[in-house]
Design a protein around this ligand. Structure first.
Ligand SMILES: [Zn+2]
Length: 172
């Protein structure tokens, strides 16, 4: 019996391209430089992590990343946190130590402690998140309310928390 040759079968070729597989049988092995391990993911969620700013990725959609994951970024002494490369975060030095976390709800972790923080308005402005705009008079009340009711859980559904794929990194 002769089996059909599927390597040249057009619909499968298209599918392989969509999957990012260049050749039949090609797949990407787990790469710890690019992918977070299970342990790292749970650490980011529960304790957070302190890193110098230059270790973070500038994703092309203006969010911050660590390997293939989006993150919240914050300074220990501040009362806010950032989800985008807003002017404030851009003013930090490359070797500035920052906290990062992927926690979706409630306080953000600082190791074994945690703190209540507010989302940075500049970040929402930059992303124009849900039409956020403090520069338009008719949107000020709406935008201020968006800060109060802001949900990271919802944000990370719009901007998928993990895995971030095919998002070229902006040159910083
Ligand atoms: Zn910000």
């Amino acid at each position: 019996m002769k089996l059909p040759n599927f390597t040249e079968f057009e619909p499968f070729k298209v599918l392989r391209l969509k999957m990012g597989a260049r050749k039949a049988g090609h797949f990407e092995l787990f790469n710890p430089d690019k992918h977070l391990t299970g342990k790292e993911r749970s650490e980011l969620d529960q304790q957070g992590k302190q890193l110098p700013l230059h270790r973070l990725k500038h994703f092309a959609d203006a969010t911050w990343g660590l390997k293939n994951t989006r993150i919240a970024v914050y300074l220990e002494a501040a009362t806010d946190y950032h989800l985008a490369q807003c002017p404030l975060t851009q003013s930090w030095a490359n070797n500035q130590m920052v906290w990062v976390s992927t926690r979706r709800t409630g306080d953000l972790p600082l190791g074994n402690e945690s703190s209540s923080r507010q989302i940075c308005a500049e970040c929402l402005q930059l992303l124009n998140y849900k039409g956020f705009d403090l520069q338009k008079n008719r949107k000020i009340a709406y935008s201020k309310n968006l800060i109060k009711t802001f949900s990271r859980e919802e944000f990370f559904r719009v901007y998928t928390l993990y895995p971030v794929q095919g998002l070229a990194e902006k040159l910083a």
